[in-house]
Unconditional design. Structure first.
Length: 252
């Protein structure tokens, strides 16, 4: 196999079970994937697709057989997957209204987030409980967004956590920030004090805002409250603005 890079449309990029890529002859029987290839994309024998293992490797495969139940293919090249930022962004995102939370999931993936942890803040609109079905739906949204945006690794949606549990993970990041409209320090000023960043944790609150005790707890865990500017952003907009600012500032 060569490491030749092929130009594959984003509509033909798919995250698959890594075990499928263990040999050069592949067999795929996943009903959802077969449906997409046959019914939606109308792929045919001889077409090429890019299959990603979700861990940074990619393989270009040529379809040798395709029907409504089964696909066979021949891997013709393997390469390192591209599309990942140099900095790891973990987003601790407040549970908000379902449609807005799902929009935020999609856009966060497009902007390069590595991991998304749903967080129950004191003022979160939890609504229906987050069951296995909803988690699976969220992961499908993330997977589709990662495929569309040319990501090389598959971001993970974690089980929801209470805020006081979620902030316990802040120590693992080089920088942990809390997006807070009441903060007096702009994100830009915080970044100027950080010479080298490899991992950033972003905590973003709900529509109703952040309780004083949550601010205090975050500070006790080394999380810096930051402002994104003079305007009040919606709960789903603020983390996207922060991700865009961070990537611009860090050239990643």
């Amino acid at each position: 196999m060569t490491d030749e890079t092929f130009t594959i449309p984003n509509t033909r990029r798919f995250f698959v079970n890594p075990s499928w890529l263990s040999t050069d002859q592949i067999e795929i029987d996943d009903p959802a994937l077969i449906h997409q290839w046959v019914r939606v994309l109308r792929l045919r024998t001889g077409d090429r697709v890019m299959l990603l293992d979700g861990q940074g490797m990619a393989a270009v495969a040529e379809i040798t057989h395709l029907d409504r139940r089964l696909a066979h293919g021949q891997i013709i090249a393997r390469c390192q997957a591209t599309g990942e930022p140099a900095v790891i962004f973990d987003l601790y995102l407040a549970l908000i209204r379902h449609e807005r939370f799902e929009w935020a999931l999609q856009k966060a993936v497009e902007l390069g987030v590595h991991r998304i942890v749903p967080v129950v803040f004191a003022r979160s609109l939890t609504g229906d409980r987050v069951d296995a079905h909803r988690l699976a739906r969220w992961q499908r949204i993330v997977t589709e967004a990662a495929e569309q945006s040319g990501r090389g690794r598959l971001p993970l949606v974690c089980q929801p956590q209470p805020f006081l549990t979620a902030i316990g993970a802040a120590h693992s990041a080089d920088l942990a920030i809390l997006l807070d409209e009441q903060a007096t320090t702009h994100l830009r000023a915080v970044l100027q004090q950080q010479p080298l960043l490899r991992q950033i944790a972003i905590y973003s609150g709900p529509e109703g805002g952040i309780e004083p005790y949550e601010r205090a707890a975050a500070s006790d865990h080394g999380i810096q409250a930051v402002s994104l500017g003079p305007r009040i952003l919606r709960a789903e907009t603020a983390p996207m603005a922060a991700l865009a600012m961070l990537q611009y500032a860090l050239h990643t």
